[in-house]
Ligand binder design. Structure first.
Ligand code: HEC
Ligand code: HEC
Length: 336
C-alpha cells in the first residue's frame, strides 16, 4: 500500500508509525533519499573510474565527427539534457525522442524511454555506436583512445584487467553517471520536518499529487518514478513510436514509455518522450484532460477535473522538487 495520503508533519507521521498503523510506512518518509542501486559486479566505484568516466563523458573524440560528446546532448548547463523537443545527432539529424536528463539515472532499473538497456554500463555504448547519435565504429574508437598517452594511464589505473576496451568505456561512463545525483530540494527539507521549506500552495499540490490527481500511481518515491511504462495518450508528433512495445510485444506496451523523474523539471523542458509540451502548465492540462488518444491508454489516466488553483498548486509542488543548488560540474581538460 503506498497511497496513504496525508499532509502530515514527519513528527506526526512517526507517531502514527509507532502505533503501527497499517500501511503507514508508505507515507512521507518514502520520499527520503535511498541509496543508489548497487553497480554490477566488477564495477564498484573508485575515484580512478569516476575520473575516467568524466573525461569520456565530455570528450567529443568519442564520436565519428569528433564533434559530439555525451555532454553535447546531456549538457550540465541544461539540467544534463539539451533543452530541445527531440535530440539532434550526427550530421545535425533530428532524433525521434527527447533527450532525458542523466541525473538520477543511478536509480533507474531500466534506461532509455523504452527501457531497452538494463544498466548504465549497457546503455553507454548505445549512443556512441548509434549511427544517428555519435556514429562511431568501436575499432576506430579503441585505436584512437589507445594512441592517447593520458587515456592509456587512466584506463590502466581504472580498469587494469579490461584495458582500453568497449567494456571499460561502458563501465567508466556508468561509474561517472552514478555520481550525478540531484542535490537537496525544498521538498526534501520539508520531508525532514522543516515546515517552512515549501509554500502552502506546494503543500496543497502534494496533497493533490497523492490524492485527487493520483500522480503517485506512477511517480513514486524519492526519484518520482516507478520503473514502469505507461501510455499517456499523447498525440504522435512524427512517425508512430511503438515505445516499450519494441521490447515487449504486449498490447499494453504499445505507445508506453518509461516514467521519468520529476526532479529538476525547471531545467529540463520541453517534456515527454517526444518533447510535446514546452511548459508544465501544458503537461498538467494533458493530465487534466485524461490524455488525448484513447488507444491503449493507461487505465490510470482519467479526466481529473482540477480547478485553476489546483493546477497551479500542482505546478508549485513540482517546483519544490528543483534542487536549491543544482549539481554543477567543472568541464575537464581532456587527456592528451
Ligand atoms: C545526440 C544526442 C545524444 C548524445 C550524444 C548522447 N545521448 Fe544519451 N540520450 C539521448 C536521447 C535522445 C536519449 C533517449 C533515447 C531513447 O530513449 O530512445 C538518451 C538516453 C540516455 C540515457 C537514458 C536515461 C534514461 O533516463 O533512460 C542515458 C543514461 C544516456 N543517454 C547517457 C548518455 C551517454 C553516457 C552518452 C555518451 C556516451 C550519451 N548519452 C550521448 C541523446 C544523446
Ligand atoms: C499512468 C502513470 C502516470 C500518471 C498517473 C502520471 N504520470 Fe506523469 N508521466 C508518466 C509517464 C510514463 C511519463 C512519460 C510519458 C511519455 O513521454 O510518453 C510522464 C511524464 C510526466 C512529466 C514530464 C517529465 C519529463 O521530464 O518529460 C511530468 C511533469 C509529469 N509526468 C507529471 C505528472 C503529474 C503532475 C501527474 C499527476 C497529475 C502525473 N504525472 C501522473 C506516468 C504517469
Amino acid at each position: 500500500m503506498r497511497s496513504i495520503s496525508f499532509l502530515t508533519r514527519p513528527g506526526f507521521f512517526l507517531v502514527l508509525a509507532c502505533l503501527s498503523w497499517g500501511g503507514a510506512q508508505a507515507g512521507i518518509l518514502d520520499y527520503r533519499r535511498p541509496p543508489i542501486l548497487p553497480p554490477p559486479a566488477g564495477n564498484e566505484s573508485t575515484p580512478a573510474r569516476v575520473a575516467l568516466g568524466k573525461v569520456l563523458f565530455f570528450d567529443p573524440r568519442l564520436s565519428g565527427s569528433k564533434w559530439i560528446s555525451c555532454a553535447t546532448c546531456h549538457n550540465p548547463a541544461l539540467g544534463w539534457a539539451d533543452g530541445l523537443p527531440t535530440g539532434i545527432g550526427h550530421g545535425m539529424q533530428n532524433l525521434a525522442r527527447s533527450t532525458p536528463t542523466v541525473l538520477n539515472t543511478a536509480y533507474n532499473k531500466f534506461q532509455f524511454w523504452d527501457g531497452r538497456a538494463r544498466s548504465l554500463e549497457e546503455q553507454a555504448l548505445g549512443p556512441i555506436l548509434n549511427a544517428g547519435e555519435m556514429h562511431r565504429d568501436i575499432d576506430g574508437l579503441l585505436r584512437d583512445l589507445s594512441a592517447i598517452d593520458g587515456y592509456r594511464t587512466m584506463f590502466a589505473a581504472a580498469y587494469r584487467e579490461d584495458g582500453i576496451s568497449e567494456a571499460a568505456i561502458g563501465k567508466a561512463l556508468a561509474a561517472y553517471e552514478r555520481t550525478l545525483i540531484t542535490t537537496e530540494a525544498p521538498f526534501d527539507a520539508w520531508v525532514e520536518g522543516n515546515e517552512s521549506a515549501i509554500t502552502d500552495s506546494a503543500k496543497r499540490g502534494f496533497v493533490l499529487f497523492e490524492g485527487k490527481a493520483k500522480c503517485n500511481l506512477c511517480h513514486q518515491g524519492f526519484n518520482f518514478q516507478d520503473d514502469g511504462f505507461h501510455n499517456l495518450g499523447l498525440k504522435e508528433r512524427g512517425k508512430p513510436d511503438p515505445g516499450r512495445y519494441a521490447q515487449r510485444a504486449l498490447p499494453a506496451a504499445r505507445g508506453a514509455f518509461k516514467t521519468p523523474t520529476l526532479r529538476e523539471l525547471s531545467l529540463t523542458a520541453p517534456y515527454m518522450h517526444n518533447g510535446a509540451y514546452a511548459t508544465l502548465q501544458q503537461v498538467i492540462d494533458h493530465y487534466n484532460r485524461g490524455g488525448d488518444v484513447r488507444t491503449n491508454l493507461s487505465p490510470n489516466m482519467h479526466p481529473l477535473n482540477l480547478s485553476t488553483t489546483e493546477k497551479s498548486d500542482l505546478i508549485e509542488f513540482l517546483g519544490a522538487l528543483n534542487s536549491t543548488n543544482p549539481l554543477t560540474e567543472t568541464i575537464p581538460i581532456l587527456p592528451q
